[in-house]
Ligand binder design. Structure first.
Ligand code: AQP
Length: 346
């Protein structure tokens, strides 16, 4: 039977220009994986789109952490964003917990999210496996908060590393279920992947580079000698491959170094790719070229970062201003969501 509508349904307000949203956790030093998989793209996208970049502190507390250090971690993450090129005039850079609408929307979205789907998330399963103190509900519900982060701004472009694709798919399902149940409200977000979308750990290239796994990463703010040492120690193969080997079949450690080479020393890439298929490659030489390219690329970021963390008040002011701008959009979306869900009169 056709549903009879006594009143016209309010139309969803969809932003005229596509919006970008992405987040980064203040769980440790921002590293090359975060830069290649996320930040580098953010810097490009902010030139074209209305962009919201968020230090997601409420996500960071889903794993054991040190409360006394959290504010410093947030400051460092914000400084790393700014140092990498996020322009606070163009983009809205803010801290998730400064905009309480994120948690309110998350609760509402929980009502249209099947638990089974959350339990199938790879990141949840990995983090749950690593957890030594039991698994808390926050870790399971993490992707629902992530959905709220993006949907609150009706963002459709979500620049992330490949590890987050599954979460974006879930977010689309949640948005679709909400729209079907309560009326068209949210546009469906899409993941925007970049080249080298998944950077692997240098010490164990079968796992991704992670802030919370010591030894796995090179921080964006690492000093030159540390960069050289870490690249030198990166896992590769005992010797060159047989002649005619294909780069697509390279071991994870070698493939990872090639990915980094392509991003940071693209001019040297063809030479080493050829040496690989010829079976004449010397990994020590590749590592040296890569290390020097990284030292050069990261030097200006490190310099800007140092200046920013030495003036914390300025960074906090920027973040407060960002939260005010974010809240204006967040409040408008929440008004609409509450109305659709019957939590407010029409
Ligand atoms: N290894 C990676 N390669 C490519 N992209 C990556 N990202 C993270 N690691 C890699 C991308 O960086 C953005 C921010 O990530 P996050 O801080 O939200 O959390 P994460 O993905 O869990 O990053 P970490 O470093 O692994 O943190 P911990 O150790 O705390 O879990 C995301 O867009 C992500 O895709």
């Amino acid at each position: 039977m056709e549903r009879v509508r006594t009143q016209p349904q309010p139309q969803a307000t969809v932003p005229a220009v596509p919006r970008v949203f992405s987040g980064i956790q203040p769980t440790g030093l921002i590293h090359l994986g975060n830069y290649v998989g996320a930040l580098r793209q953010w810097v490009e996208l902010q030139r074209q789109y209305e962009s919201y970049f968020c230090i997601v502190d409420l996500h960071a507390i889903t794993v054991p952490y040190e409360p006394a250090e959290l504010q410093q971690r947030i400051l460092e993450a914000a400084a790393a964003n700014l140092a990498a090129g996020i322009d606070p005039e163009r983009s809205v850079l803010f801290v998730q917990s400064h905009v309480p609408e994120h948690t309110e929307l998350m609760w509402l979205l929980n009502t249209v999210t099947p638990v089974g789907q959350l339990e199938r998330m790879t990141q949840y399963k990995e983090k749950a496996r690593r957890s030594k103190h039991g698994v808390m509900a926050g870790l399971l519900n993490y992707p629902v908060l992530q959905a709220a982060d993006v949907l609150l701004y009706k963002a459709t472009l979500v620049p992330v590393g490949e590890d987050q694709v599954q979460h974006i798919e879930l977010m689309r399902d949640i948005a679709e279920r909400f729209n079907k149940t309560f009326g068209e409200t949210f546009p469906l977000p899409e993941a925007r992947l970049s080249k080298g979308a998944r950077i692997m750990a240098l010490n164990d290239p079968t796992k991704k580079m992670s802030k919370s796994v010591p030894g796995s990463y090179i921080a964006l703010t690492e000093d030159p000698d540390e960069i050289r040492r870490k690249v030198r120690a990166a896992v590769t193969d005992p010797g060159p491959p047989a002649q005619g080997a294909r780069l697509e079949d390279a071991s994870p450690g070698v493939a990872n170094l090639f990915t980094l080479l392509e991003v940071f020393a693209p001019e040297a890439y063809p030479r080493f790719a050829e040496a690989y298929t010829d079976g004449t490659i010397r990994y020590s030489e590749l590592k040296q070229v890569l290390a020097e390219a990284l030292v050069e690329a990261l030097a200006p970021i490190r310099e800007r970062y140092r200046r920013l963390v030495s003036r914390p008040d300025q960074v906090w002011d920027l973040l407060r201003h960002g939260a005010e701008r974010a809240r204006m959009v967040a409040q408008a979306t929440m008004e609409e969501v509450r109305r659709r869900m019957g939590l407010r009169g029409a």
